[in-house]
Write a protein that binds this ligand. Structure first.
Ligand SMILES: [Zn+2]
Length: 119
């Protein structure tokens, strides 16, 4: 399972496209206020494993709480296919919405609960 692969990611309408390299070893199901409502399954990658291909300027930015995470929504279909923010170590991370990656069988993943509500 833990094999590094390049996945193609996109929003629903395809305006936003990217590639992400990940082994999907750590998929997080977070219970923070926004993930709870949106049902996101996330995996985190550093910038060198993330390549935006299209639609960077066609996204809307949403921030809340401490405003440290950029939640990016496609301006057309409203899907948040990824977000970005600073990790605890001050390095930029990309939060990939695993549901938006092609060729991922979600039933093979065991998402780890993350208590983002109290973070
Ligand atoms: Zn879209």
């Amino acid at each position: 399972m833990a094999e590094m692969k390049t996945y193609a990611g996109a929003c629903h309408c395809g305006q936003v496209k990217y590639e992400a390299q990940t082994d999907l070893a750590q998929v997080v199901s977070c219970n923070c206020s926004i993930c709870h409502k949106r049902g996101l399954l996330l995996t985190f990658v550093p910038p060198e494993q993330f390549k935006p291909l299209a639609g960077v300027d066609n996204q809307k930015l949403y921030q809340f709480n401490k405003k440290v995470i950029d939640h990016l929504f496609c301006s057309n279909c409203g899907v948040e296919s990824y977000g970005t923010g600073m990790g605890p170590d001050g390095k930029r991370m990309f939060a990939i919405n695993v549901r938006c990656l092609d060729g991922v069988d979600l039933s093979t993943l065991t998402p780890m609960p993350y208590n983002g509500r109290d973070a």
